[in-house]
Design a protein around this ligand. Structure first.
Ligand code: HSE
Length: 427
């Protein structure tokens, strides 16, 4: 038995550096746990001179990431470059083809190319591990794939983006504006290289596509996701949520319904008493509904170097132990529900002129689209300036209220882009 597992790391950013640090600083513990010495044999990164506070003396620096794929002294390639395709995708393909195991945190690549890459891993009898790609340090992939393997699943949902949760928490707790909160999240190393991936919900959607594949469809299909981010949320909506007894959270929800799979990422109002409402800052939380076990909940750090590095190292340990699993998850269904099948309760905030007849115009449009109202709030009085008009609905067809918004936008009295949020009455 080879007593060394030789690692090559491509990319020494926040997570790559943290992974190297854990491997070096916890060497004794890790070798005890997996029965092998984990050795960083080679690394590759854009900037060799950067001080990463890790000791890389004795580690081979390669000029090109692709050199890792062909290096005969490497057993496992750790891909920490990121990006949907380009170098990361080429490296992972070549590494698997050359008989190397791969560990990656790259949810964008897997959400778009997962079907191909998992098939390639199976063909080559190599592991393609991605615990760090979903929910940072929470071992949710292992939980769904292994701990809950006796279950059929009906839904997986939760907070899947640390940056968005941090921003929403800061806006609610400390009254921070959106930009300041985002800057703080970037400074803390939570945000993606392009933070629009976080705030537009794309990062959470990448993760949700992987959970959908694991629980229901076998392969990820990013194009079958509905994604909305945080840009429509203002301080006003945070205040109204509080007034209505809700909190706003960016939720990823995938569920296997009678019409097929529905997967959405969007900001939602949830009761302030719901368990997810108390998940603050950069924490993530994932709920899994299984037919044998019921609901299980997982909470922990969703972003950050050492937190995500913890998941990367756990995958390396699995490989060192010789752990194997089916790359193609069990397929429950490959049907996705049509948009028309989606229903929900909604919060709708309009900025309107405070003049007579506006309420009648607004409610007439909602009536014409079969949207039944639960409550209406309008405070303040200003003829010249706009006032918020806040409505909540009973259960209604989502396409109905979205069509209604198209008509509402055309009213002269509706002054800015309406804000529509789902209300999810979670426990
Ligand atoms: N940018 C991501 C987040 C990091 O904020 O959750 C982990 O994917």
């Amino acid at each position: 038995m080879n007593s060394f597992l030789r690692i090559g790391i491509a990319g020494l950013g926040t997570v790559g550096s943290a992974t190297a640090k854990i491997i070096q600083e916890q060497a004794d513990m890790l070798s005890h746990r997996c029965g092998k010495q984990i050795e960083i044999t080679a690394v590759t990164a854009r900037d060799k001179s950067k001080n990463r506070k890790i000791d890389l003396s004795g580690v081979k620096w390669l000029d090109r990431p692709m050199d890792l794929a062909t290096d005969p002294n490497i057993d496992v390639v750790v891909e920490m470059i990121g990006g949907e395709d380009g170098v990361a995708l080429e490296l992972v393909r070549a590494s698997l083809e050359n008989g190397k195991h791969v560990v990656t945190a790259n949810k964008a690549m897997l959400a778009h190319h997962g079907a191909e890459l998992f098939a390639l891993a199976s063909e080559n009898d190599k592991i393609l591990a991605f615990e760090a790609a979903v929910a940072g340090g929470i071992p949710i992939i292992k939980a769904v794939r292994e701990g809950l393997s006796a279950n059929h699943f009906s839904a997986i949902y939760g907070i899947l983006n640390g940056t968005c949760n941090y921003i929403l928490t800061e806006m609610w707790q400390n009254g921070l504006d959106f930009e300041t909160a985002l800057q703080q999240a970037q400074d803390a190393g939570y945000a993606e290289a392009d933070p629009s991936f976080d705030i537009d919900g794309v990062d959470a959607s990448h993760k949700l596509a992987l959970l959908t594949a694991l629980a229901f469809t076998g392969d990820p299909d990013f194009d079958k996701l509905e994604t909305e981010g945080l840009r429509s949320i203002t301080a006003l909506d945070i205040d109204y949520a509080t007034e209505l007894g809700y909190r706003i959270k960016l939720l990823g929800i995938t569920q296997n319904t009678e019409h097929g799979v529905i997967q959405t990422v969007s900001p939602c109002m949830i009761p302030e008493t719901a368990s997810l409402a108390s998940v603050e800052g950069s924490l993530n939380a994932v709920f899994v509904d299984g037919d044998q076990v019921g609901t299980t909940m997982y909470v922990g750090a969703g972003a950050g170097g050492s937190e995500t590095g913890s998941a990367v190292v756990a995958d390396i340990i699995d490989i060192a132990r010789g752990h194997r699993w089916q790359h193609k998850p069990y397929v429950e269904t490959t049907t996705y529900a049509p948009k028309e099948a989606r229903t929900g309760k909604f919060y709708l905030r309009l900025m309107v002129n405070d003049v007579s007849g506006v309420m009648a115009d607004v409610t007439a449009i909602l009536r014409d689209h079969n949207v039944s109202l639960k409550s209406i709030l309008q405070y303040g009085h200003s003829v010249e300036e706009s006032v918020p008009l806040v409505l909540t609905t009973h259960e209604t067809k989502e396409c109905g209220i979205r069509d209604a918004i198209i008509s509402l936008r055309k009213l002269d009295s509706v002054l800015t882009e309406p804000c529509l949020l789902r209300i999810e009455l979670l426990d």
